[in-house]
Design a protein around this ligand. Structure first.
Ligand code: SAH
Length: 354
């Protein structure tokens, strides 16, 4: 039975789904969900992420984390975590690049937060040379050690709810079934106290998105980092305060209909970085910084030139294109943003400022 049929049965039995319920099933249903059943990344998959474009990305993230670890006194034991590591490429590149930072690798307890069993296997293969372990959620990260962590294109994959402003309050967008097909509808208007601050910047008809899962995760990270030390680097596309319907489905590098064949397309929404930063309090946060600016400050151009030296022909062209793709404002450089979290008493991580 397809996921679409299962969802229609669920709707018939217990009523429309919230957008968040729908996304959670479409992405993570163990038998039919997108992440557990597909190989989403790379040219043959549905999308390409920064670590899959060039090893420079993971290497610079690793060096940024190691630098801030030294800034905070190089604690002898700390958690080095990644949320949603995909194929494990970023972590592998980060560990290779930091191998010569004295004491860093030996002090790191490497923990991966991953929901998909299939991707855990892929990560185990990529990270074969390292001792790593997995947990189901951020709440399972050690709470008695400092935490250095990274999340690239993780928060955009978390289920969001959508609310439409209306004269009588907020109406939640839901998914029901009409004439045998999944279709969007609106729940009756109601109060949404968590959206009171959005009354100031919205009008009737505007769509606002909330992500309860992100809020819970940031609160876990913020407490650990502020209490024990550490840093979080969050890289994603989105903005400081999101407005409008930002949901999108992508299949085979093309936009797809959100409700068509659930489980076969990737579904993402823009990240509301303001909401993340607020949920992480009392940890301090950096200014939201474009990925291109962040990577330039970390020295990507010098690194790209050094790596280019032995290359020629097609290999050189690919390398130059990868550098451009990661940093150029017309490519990922402006679309993707970086937010850093750090203890209120410490310095922000390299490449970011307050
Ligand atoms: N960071 C990787 C992959 C991004 S795709 C890269 O840049 O290439 C999103 C990743 O988050 C996948 O590994 C997916 O399985 C994982 N994921 C999605 N929702 C999750 C959840 N609720 N809990 C844990 N992992 C999740």
């Amino acid at each position: 039975m397809s996921l679409e049929t299962l969802l229609k049965e669920r709707i018939a039995a217990s009523g429309p789904l919230t957008v968040a319920d729908y996304i959670a099933e479409a992405l993570l249903n163990p038998d039919h969900g997108y992440y557990p059943t597909r190989t989403p990344f790379g040219a043959a998959g549905d999308f390409t992420t920064a670590p899959e474009i060039s090893q420079m990305f993971g290497a610079l993230i690793g060096l940024c984390l190691a630098h801030s670890w030294m800034d905070q006194g190089a604690p002898a034991r700390f958690t080095l975590a990644e949320l949603g590591p995909g194929r494990g490429t970023l972590m592998a590149d980060a560990l290779r690049a930091t191998a010569r930072v004295p004491g860093f690798g030996a002090a790191a307890d490497i923990v991966l937060v991953e929901a998909s069993p299939q991707l855990r296997k892929a990560q185990a293969d990529t990270l074969d040379d390292f001792e790593v372990r997995w947990v189901d959620g951020a709440a399972d990260l050690p709470s008695d050690a400092p935490l250095w962590c990274v999340a690239n294109e993780f928060f955009d994959a978390l289920p969001i709810r959508q609310f439409v402003r209306d004269a009588d309050g907020w109406r939640e967008r839901c998914i029901g079934a009409q004439d045998g097909a999944l279709s969007f509808g609106l729940a009756p208007a109601g109060e949404q106290p968590q959206l009171n601050h959005r009354l100031e910047d919205t009008q009737d008809g505007d769509v606002v998105e909330t992500c309860a899962a992100a809020h819970a995760i940031l609160s876990e990270l913020g407490h650990r980092i502020n209490g024990r030390g550490g840093v979080a680097l969050i890289i994603d596309y989105g903005d400081w305060r999101a407005l409008g319907d930002t949901l999108q489905a992508v299949r085979g590098h093309e936009r797809a209909d959100l409700l068509d064949a659930p489980g076969t397309a990737d579904i993402t929404a823009h990240v509301d970085f303001e909401a993340l930063a607020q949920a992480a309090a009392p940890a301090a946060h950096t200014r939201l910084t474009p990925q291109g600016v962040f990577l330039e400050r970390l020295g990507i151009t010098a690194r790209a030139q050094a790596l280019a030296k032995p290359l020629e022909g097609a290999a050189l062209e690919t390398h130059v294109a990868a550098h451009r793709r990661l940093t150029h404002p017309d490519e990922m450089g402006n679309l993707f943003k970086v937010l850093g979290l750090f203890p209120a008493t410490a310095a922000p991580p390299p490449g970011l400022s307050t």
